[in-house]
Ligand binder design. Sequence first.
Ligand SMILES: Nc1ncnc2c1ncn2[C@@H]1O[C@H](COP(=O)(O)OP(=O)(O)OP(=O)(O)O)[C@@H](O)[C@H]1O
Ligand SMILES: [Mg+2]
Length: 594
Amino acid sequence: MSIRRLPPDLVNRIAAGEVVERPASALKELVENAFDAGARQVAVRLAAGGLERIEVTDDGCGMTPEEMRLALERHATSKLPEDSIDRITSFGFRGEALPSIASVARLRIESRARGADGWRIEVDHGLAAGEGPAALPPGTRIAIEGLFDKVPARRKFLRSPRSEYAACLDAVKRLAMARSDVGVSLDHDGRRILALQPADAPARVAELLSHELDRHGVGIDCVRDGVRLTGVISLPTFNRGVADQQYLFVNSRPVKDRLLVGALRAAYRDLIARDRHPIAALFLDIPLEDVDVNVHPAKTEVRFRDPASIRGLIVGGLRRALDEESQRSAAREQAAAPVMWTSSATYDSEHSRHSRESGNPAAFEGNGTPAFAGATMLAEERKLFDYAPAGRAEPAVAPVTSHPLGVARGQVAATYIVAEAEDGLVIVDQHAAHERLVLERMRAARAGGAVARQVLLIPEVVELDEPDCDRLEGAITELAEMGLEIERFGPSSILVRAVPAALGKTDSAALIADLAAEIAELGGALSLRDKLDLVAATIACHGSVRAGRVLSVAEMNALLREMEVTPRSGQCNHGRPTWVKLGHGEIEKLFGRR
Ligand SMILES: Nc1ncnc2c1ncn2[C@@H]1O[C@H](COP(=O)(O)OP(=O)(O)OP(=O)(O)O)[C@@H](O)[C@H]1O
Ligand SMILES: [Mg+2]
C-alpha cells in the first residue's frame, strides 16, 4: 500500500463535504463572512431554494484583488490575528468555507475595498475561470451557481427547491437574530421575503418569531458566574409539534447544540407533553475562555468548559421564569375574588401539615378506588370541607362569589366536574387536575424535606427485565427521597417496601414498570433533579383520581379549592389545560341573547 498526498482540489472537495451540506450551509458561510467583514447591510438573493443560485451582497470592508485570491486558498484567513484559536470573536476562523464551496460549484466573487476599484474573480469547480474589473459599491458580492452539479454523490441528497428554501430561510433567520444590529434582506425567486432594519435583539426576535409570543411568551434575563442568559421562551401551553422554532446562540453564534437543546427540554419537563416543543430564542453570553467553538465542521456545536453549570443556569433560569409567570397569572385570577384567599389559606396549611403526618396505612385501605386526593379523605380532614359550599342542592345559599373556580354543581361522564362561578360556568378535567395537584403536593413535601410514605405490611415483589432492575437500582436513593422504597431482590425482581403516601392504594407493579421505562428512555445522563421530577410526575399520574370515577360533591369542591391555591394547577403535567371557563357573556352568545 503506497501513501500519497491528495491533490489540492480533492482535499478541498473532501473538506466541502464537511462544511457544505446543502445550499443553506453555503449561504450560512457567506452571510457569516459578510458579518465578519463589518457589514451594516446584507442582502441575500436565492433562486430555486438556492439550488440554482445563491447571492450575498454586503457593504463590509471589501477585499483587494490580492486578498480575493488568498481568500480562495485553503487555510487562508484574516480572522486569527494572533493565532489565538481559543479567543475567537468572529464567525469564521478556519479559512475553509470559500475554497470548499468553490470546489463544488461555480463561484464568482466581486469585491471593492474602500478607496480602491472593484475586481471580479470566477472559479468553476476549483479551477480559475477568469478575472477582471468589476463595477460595484464598496463591499463584496458573492454568487454561487450549480452547487453539487458535478458531485452526484452529494446532489442526490439534496431535496426539493421548496425544502432547500425552507432550510435557507431558517439559516437566514438564525443569523439575523444573531446580529440584530445588521440590516438583512432576503429575496427568493424575485419575491421579497424579509426586510429587516437594524434593531435591538428583542425587537429583531419579536419580528422573526411567532407574533403570538407577545401574549404567550416569557422574557428571560439571568446571570450566574459571569455567564448571562437572555431571550424569550413560550409559555408551556403555547407549544409546537416540531422543535423548529428554537433559536439558540452562544456569544452571538447560532448553534444547534445538544446540551442547550437538552437543557431547554429539561426546563419544560412535566409542563409539556413529550411530543410537544416550546418556542425559544435564547442568547448565552459567556467568557471566551469558557467555550470552544472549534469542535464542529459547520461550527454549529460548541464545547463548554463547565457544561453542568451552563445546564444548571439554563434549566434553573427558565424554570424560575415559568414559575413566576404562572404565579402572576394566578394572581390576576385571584384579584377577581379576594374573599376566598383567607379561608383557602387555612385549608392549605392544614392540608400540608396533614400530608406530612399521614404515614398510617389504614388511611388508604377500604377504598377500592385509588384514594381521592391521597390523604385528603381522612375523617379529620373532612371537616375542612365545612366551609366549602356543598353543591347542587343549595344554589341560592352557596357563596359562589368567593371561589374563582366556583361551586361544584355536578359531574359529567364521571370525568368532568361542572361548577358555577360568579362569572360563568367552569368545567374541570378531574384526572388532569388531580394529577397536577398530586405532583405539586409531592414537590412541596419534598421541598419541606418530608415526603410521607406508606410502609407496605407485606412488601411486594415486582418481576422485571434485568436491565430494568439495574436502572431502578441505580435510582434507589432518588426514589427513596420521593417515598418509594425499593430493594433489589435477585437478578430480575425488585422488592417494594414503601410507597409515597400521596399515592394511596396503587398498583405498585405498574408504577415500577413505568418508572423503569422512563429512566431507560431518558438514559443515564439525568441530573438528580431531573430524576426526582421524573419520578414525581410518574408517581403523580399513578396516584391520581381517574377519569370514570364518580366523585361526591364534597370531593369535587375539595378538588376545586385545592386547585385555587396550588401553583401551576391550570395545566396538567403534560401542558394541557385542566379547566376551562365559559363566561356569562359567552353563554348568552350561545343562546342568542347578545
Ligand atoms: N464578504 C467578505 N468581505 C470581506 N472579506 C471576506 C468576505 N468573505 C470572505 N472574506 C475574506 O476571505 C477569507 C476567507 O473566507 P472563508 O469563509 O473561506 O474563511 P474564514 O471566514 O476565515 O473561516 P471559515 O472557514 O471558518 O469561514 C476571510 O478570512 C476574509 O478575509
Ligand atoms: Mg467564513
